[in-house]
Design a protein around this ligand. Structure first.
Ligand code: SF4
Ligand code: SF4
Length: 78
């Protein structure tokens, strides 16, 4: 059996209707997971999506920084 620790993987979701496009998550994620799109949500904001969810390391900085509780990070099973 390998002694190497298996790298954890995460799924990142943004609830588009809650996002107010403040871009705090974009600025705070040093893995570049988030990007702002051109589509508008029902409130008229160009919401952010987690386009590079696979790069997430699970630091949870984005969860703490989003004022609108729009971000969810979940660990994926092996
Ligand atoms: S948990 Fe960390 S690495 Fe993952 S998306 Fe949020 S800020 Fe980026
Ligand atoms: S921090 Fe939250 S409200 Fe702000 S852009 Fe990111 S997901 Fe949207």
């Amino acid at each position: 059996m390998s002694q190497e620790k298996k790298k954890k993987r995460f799924s990142v979701q943004v609830e588009s209707k809650l996002c107010k496009a403040c871009l705090y998550c974009v600025a705070s994620c040093n893995k570049g997971v988030f990007e702002q799109g051109k589509a508008l949500n029902p409130q008229g904001y160009e919401y952010v999506t987690a386009v590079h969810s696979g790069e997430c390391v699970g630091c949870l900085t984005c969860i703490g920084i989003c004022p609108d509780f729009a971000v969810t990070v979940s660990e994926l099973p092996d």
